[in-house]
Design a protein around this ligand. Structure first.
Ligand code: PMV
Length: 317
């Protein structure tokens, strides 16, 4: 059994986070500039089902059997075993590493799950499909996030821009132009689980108003899909700002995010909004390709702790 390497991209949500949890559509795109990587090598001396995980970035060097029952790595292995209908997985060593920043809305946990599941299937010679990987990774996301919509594992497994809606077929988006997007880290660690729980609490207190917000957010997403397909930067930017207004209303923004958004808009960005769970984490800023350097410097001097330049290319996916 030869060793294998499997990788998966990060992701960002361009439109529709949170409302997607309530059955509305959302748009997500892969971020191939940042990736999770899994290397699996056979362990010829260890007994069957011995899987040694090594992730030096988080000081992890533990066997599968020592991990807690709901540990995401253990859940991933268990899902694969269940899917393959096997009770023992071949003994191996699994090295995990990632360049995707953690807890910042870039899908770090889903990317690890997707790369791992793809790798585990590949290692035993099973020809997987993105659909199978997305479904298995979703089970891991449930353990990790509580009540995830499924958008992260889906966009990462397919590695294409998608319009995602719960319980609906995935729609792939064909970009009508090349979009320049800066993903700027506010430096405040986001917490998706807390953000989702907070929105649910507020929704329970005021369902009519929040359903209305989610409805509007869903409409923005559908318009945004059309603008991505036609390559209309101006309108897409306005829709980002509009989406951000609703994210503010549902209470998931943060002062550091607002500051970065304000500076980008004042300095010529087409639009900007938070991405992912919020309460910190990253923002996405749509800009003209010529202003990448200037806007990067500006965001860094305003307090952003990291910038990723995402060039979403027409004809690339
Ligand atoms: O923080 P992220 O990138 O995992 O995104 C969360 C997106 C939410 O819509 C807030 C939750 C979900 O499960 O879709």
């Amino acid at each position: 059994m030869p060793g294998i390497i499997s990788t998966a991209p990060g992701k960002t949500i361009l439109f529709g986070e949170h409302s997607v949890v309530y059955g509305k559509p959302a748009i997500a795109v892969p971020v191939n500039e940042k990736r999770a990587k899994v290397k699996i090598i056979p362990d010829i001396i260890a007994p069957k089902d011995s899987i040694q995980f090594v992730a030096s970035q988080i000081d992890l060097n533990q066997n599968y059997h020592q991990l807690e029952g709901n540990h995401p790595l253990k859940v991933a292995v268990d899902e694969v075993k269940k899917f393959l209908n096997i009770s023992n997985y071949p003994a191996c060593k699994i090295f995990l590493e990632t360049t995707i920043p953690i807890s910042s809305g870039l899908g770090s946990s889903a990317a690890i799950s997707v790369a791992l599941i793809k790798g585990l299937l590949d290692f035993v010679g099973f020809q997987s499909t993105p659909d199978i990987i997305a479904k298995l990774a979703f089970q891991v996301e449930i353990e990790f996030h509580g009540n995830p919509s499924g958008i992260d594992n889906t966009v990462i497994a397919f590695n294409k821009p998608i319009l995602f809606q719960k319980d609906m077929p995935i729609e792939f988006i064909t970009l009508g132009a090349t979009f320049s997007i800066l993903i700027a880290d506010s430096g405040i660690k986001g917490n998706t689980k807390t953000a989702v729980a907070r929105v649910r609490e507020k929704w329970t207190e005021n369902p009519a108003q929040f359903n209305n917000y989610f409805e509007e957010m869903g409409n923005i997403v559908l318009e945004a899909k059309a603008m991505l397909e036609s390559g209309n930067f101006q309108s897409l930017g306005k829709l980002m700002n509009f989406n951000q207004e609703y994210l503010r209303k549902i209470g998931v923004s943060h002062s550091s995010i607002e500051k970065l958004i304000e500076v980008s808009i004042q300095n010529g960005a087409y639009g900007a909004k938070l991405c992912g769970g919020g309460l910190g984490g990253n923002i996405v800023v749509l800009i003209n390709e010529n202003s990448v350097n200037q806007m990067t410097n500006l965001l860094l001097s305003t307090g952003a702790t990291g910038i990723i330049y995402l060039k979403l290319g027409a004809g690339e996916y």
